[in-house]
Ligand binder design. Sequence first.
Ligand code: HEC
Length: 197
Amino acid sequence: MSKHAERDVILGHEDEADGIQEYDNPLPDWWVGLFWLTILFAIGYAVHYHFIADRSYPKALAQELADAEARWPTPGAASGGEAEFAVTAEAASAGATVYQQNCASCHGANLTGGIGPSLVDAEWIHGGTPEAIRNTITNGVIERGMLAWGPILGAERITQVTAYVVQQNADALGLPFPPEHDEEGEADHDEGGDARS
Ligand code: HEC
C-alpha cells in the first residue's frame, strides 16, 4: 500500500534537466517479467549450448572447414586429398609449359639444374615422392631462393608442374610413369560390390 502512496511523485529536478519532469515509479510488471525471462533464457541457453548440445565456435569452425575440405578438396592434403592429386601423362604435358615459363630459368630447360638443383637425377634434397616434390614446389625453400609456388601458380598448375617433374625424372632414370599407385578410382561412393542378404 505504501508503494501506491508513493506513486506519481515528481522528483522535482526539472530545473536541472531542461524542464523535463520525472517520476520514480517502479517499472511495470510486464517489463520486469520480460527482464527476468531474458535472464532465465540466457541461463537455459548457456547450459544447453555448452553442456547439452555441446556446441562451441572452434567446433563449428572445424566442422565448416571439414565441410569445405570435403566439397573443395585441397589436392595433396593429408585428409584424403591424395585421390585428387593425380600424376598423369595429361597433367605432365600441361605442366611442361608451366615449367618452361616459371622454373627453367633456375632448374634448366631440360631440368638438369643451374641455380637450382637438377630434377632429373636420383638425388632429392627434400624427398622424391610425388607428394614430397609437390610439397617442395608448393611451399618452396625460401632461404635457398626457391619460391613458394603454391599461391603463385594455384593448385591445378602445381599439380601439372609436379607431374611434369615426376615424368621427366622417371624418363631420365628409367622409372615407370605414372608412378605405381594403388588405383582407387575416383568414385566417392563405391558401394557396388556390397552384397545384401
Ligand atoms: C629462383 C630460382 C628458382 C626457380 C625459379 C625455381 N626453383 Fe626450384 N629450387 C631452387 C633452388 C635454389 C632449390 C634448392 C633448394 C635447397 O637447396 O633446399 C630448388 C629446389 C627445388 C626442388 C626440390 C629439389 C630436391 O632435390 O628436393 C624442386 C622439386 C623444385 N625446386 C621445383 C621447382 C619448380 C617446379 C619450379 C617452377 C614452378 C621451380 N623449382 C622454380 C631454385 C628455383
